[in-house]
Design a protein around this ligand. Structure first.
Ligand code: FES
Length: 133
């Protein structure tokens, strides 16, 4: 299977790359098998809206493309909406990924969950009360 145009576009021109210095949610995840790492930074406002999101991914092209698409899908959304984002939805938004590359999209879902876990932890709340996996 070939990569879709959208995957190639998000790989070549990833959106929301970088770091948010005053982020109030930061999550890092990795895949032990391929060694790829993805880090997400979010700025969440008092209404629980993800006002800004940036990422840094040290990984394969599909990991970069899925990070990019995932940030676009949750930017401006509520925490609740972001928690519902699945790796399948990210892959679909990219018009699909080759089966061997689906695990890369899992990193994007996990990175968002990790950042939101950090958000609740920083607030002194138990993330398990909010993030059902
Ligand atoms: Fe590791 Fe894609 S090969 S995330």
């Amino acid at each position: 299977m070939e990569y879709s145009e959208k995957v190639m576009d998000h790989f070549a021109n990833p959106r929301n790359v970088g770091v948010i210095d005053d982020a109030n949610a930061v999550g890092e995840v990795g895949n032990a098998k391929c060694g790829d790492i993805m880090k997400m930074y979010m700025k969440i406002n008092d209404d629980g809206i993800i006002e800004d999101i940036k990422f840094k991914t040290f990984g394969c092209g599909a990991a970069v493309a899925t990070s990019s698409m995932a940030t676009e899908l949750v930017k401006g959304k509520t925490i609740e909406e972001a928690l519902k984002l699945t790796n399948k939805a990210v892959a679909e938004a990219l018009d699909g990924l080759p089966p061997v590359k689906m695990h890369c999209s899992v990193l994007a879902e996990e990175a968002i969950q990790a950042a939101l876990t950090d958000y609740y932890t920083r607030k002194g709340l138990n993330p398990a009360d909010y993030i059902k996996k």
